[in-house]
Design a protein around this ligand. Structure first.
Ligand code: HEM
Length: 478
């Protein structure tokens, strides 16, 4: 790929933008913007005026200078890009806006299903989809209900999860005390991770997703005291921040030695002693296409090396996303007392409210593809090698599809047409589980309290990738 040519095309088109449009692209790109909220006015200006817009990538703290990219803002275009992997590749340059630093780092991320194209992608996707058997799904749904019961019990009891302020009311940080644990417990069920080790996944996801955020990139919430031997052994390999305060790049294999050690040990264990979890079912499967060999992985089976990469993907993709989706949805509800009242009176409206939460909040704001050929999109000609970034945050507020898109409306008839889970061959594999976690959480939360109120300023994550909630103080009444 000719990096200079790619950068040159973005530079030339960027120079032709008006000053106002250039300022809007700078705001949308800069991770620091998001500490103050998503720049929806800038996104709307660019979406309405251009649809597809060139964005420069100057050097920013923790972000090296890049080639620049083409930001795709309209719902119809985002949907088209995601459904045409032959033209918009996940593999050529990976799926993240920030380019892998070296050729080895690119080769490393391409071993993950997320960063593969069909047909290589299809094999793993098919094997995984088959591993979520009806029995496994039924078991997970029961486990989610049990976890939510326990988490809401702890919230209402005060103690380490918030504080009871009296018999009938209390306060907590919904993001940290309530929301964080549910995806961890659930992913531990999916992957057969012993529950005491689950906070390792919290730190791993923070390090990867929160790379742009000063607190999250060095996250260390895991207490080895209560962990298993597997967890303690992995913990000894945890990298330390360098003199610049930064951890090694988490999107390189060398950046996550603790995660890989844990995944390797767990994959080997589950191959020998399968449990009831989805990953054990996956490890026991064979297909007729043939695996990639290595450590008992031949003959169509998933190898331990493939398992390690899937472990990385699940621990990161399923964790922070859901952890941010729940408080994000609650922000919508706290801002609309009428909606809170309506859902208390009619909980059958909760599933549609969850779709609206996903549309309105949009926990994952962007993903990246690379053009494989010349193609037209909203009147812009893209060339082979161009970096193409789709904005879910913008697509989910496109007035072409969603009337009054900035309004949080739990009765919106087409809320489910949001693209929060993506579309096409890579559409989120855990969407049903995320929906189940969110629906169960809001059903319990509203069913076991009589009112919820905001109780102070929320704190947002510094990231142009995930719309993250670091703190959401609330009070509740029983
Ligand atoms: C609200 C929560 C979630 C959101 C917003 C979300 C969002 C997304 C998006 C946008 C993609 C598409 C990536 C692309 O097109 O390149 C994706 C893929 C994926 N998600 Fe999720 N996700 C969530 C929860 C989960 C959960 C709970 C799991 C695991 C149980 C999970 C596992 C995955 C996996 C494995 C992929 C890759 C699929 C593939 O490459 O074929 N996600 N997710």
């Amino acid at each position: 790929m000719d990096r200079e040519a790619v950068a040159g095309r973005v530079r030339a088109a960027y120079a032709r933008l008006t000053d106002g449009d250039r300022a809007a692209t700078r705001l949308v790109h800069d991770p620091a913007t998001y500490v103050g909220g998503v720049p929806y006015a800038a996104l709307a200006r660019l979406r309405d005026g251009h649809g597809v817009v060139p964005v420069a990538e100057p050097e920013l703290p923790g972000w090296p200078e890049g080639t620049g990219y083409w930001l795709v803002l309209r719902h119809a275009d985002v949907d088209r890009v995601l459904k045409d992997p032959a033209t918009f590749s996940s593999s050529l340059g990976g799926t993240q806006m920030r380019d892998p630093r070296t050729a080895e780092d690119l080769a490393y991320v391409r071993r993950m299903m997320l960063n593969m194209d069909p047909p290589e992608h299809s094999r793993l996707r098919r094997l995984l989809a088959k591993s979520f058997t009806p029995k496994a799904i039924g078991a997970l749904e029961g486990q989610v209900r049990g976890h939510v019961d326990g988490i809401v019990d702890r919230m209402l009891d005060g103690g380490s999860q918030g504080a009871a302020l009296g018999a009938s009311h209390g306060a907590c940080d919904f993001a940290k005390d309530v929301s964080a644990d549910l995806p961890l417990l659930t992913l531990a069920d999916v992957m057969g991770v012993p529950p005491p080790d689950r906070w390792l996944m919290f730190d791993w996801a923070n390090r990867v997703i929160g790379w742009q955020d000063p607190d999250y990139r060095v996250s260390a919430s895991f207490d080895p005291a209560g962990a298993t031997e597997l967890g303690r052994a992995a913990y000894t390999l945890r990298p330390q921040p360098g003199p610049d305060g930064l951890m090694p790049d988490p999107r390189s294999r060398a950046g996550m030695p603790d995660l890989y050690a844990y995944a390797h040990a767990l994959g080997t264990l589950r191959r020998e002693q399968p449990g009831e979890d989805v990953m054990s079912i996956l490890m026991a499967q064979r297909d007729d296409v043939g695996g990639q060999g290595g450590e008992a992985g031949g003959g169509g089976a998933v190898s331990v090396a493939e398992f390690e990469n899937l472990f990385w993907l699940f621990a990161v993709a399923g964790n922070e996303t859901t952890r941010n989706g729940m408080p994000g949805g609650l922000v919508g509800l706290l801002g609309d007392p009428g909606a809170q009242q309506a859902l208390r009176a009619g909980p059958e409206g909760i599933p549609n409210a969850v779709e609206e939460m996903l549309r309105w909040w949009t926990p994952v704001m962007t993903f990246r593809r690379t053009a494989t050929r010349e193609v037209q999109l909203s009147g812009v000609t893209l060339q082979r090698g161009d970096k193409v970034v789709v904005s879910f945050a913008s697509a989910n507020r496109d007035p072409e599809l969603f009337a009054d898109p900035d309004v949080f409306d739990i009765e919106r008839a087409n809320a489910r047409r949001h693209l929060a889970f993506g579309a096409g061959p890579h559409v989120c594999l855990g969407a049903w589980l995320a929906r189940s976690m969110m629906t169960t959480m809001f059903t319990q939360l509203l069913g076991r309290t009589s009112w919820l109120e905001p109780a102070g300023e929320p704190v947002w994550l510094q990231s142009n990738f995930q719309r993250g909630v670091k703190r959401l103080p609330i009070t509740w009444r029983a």
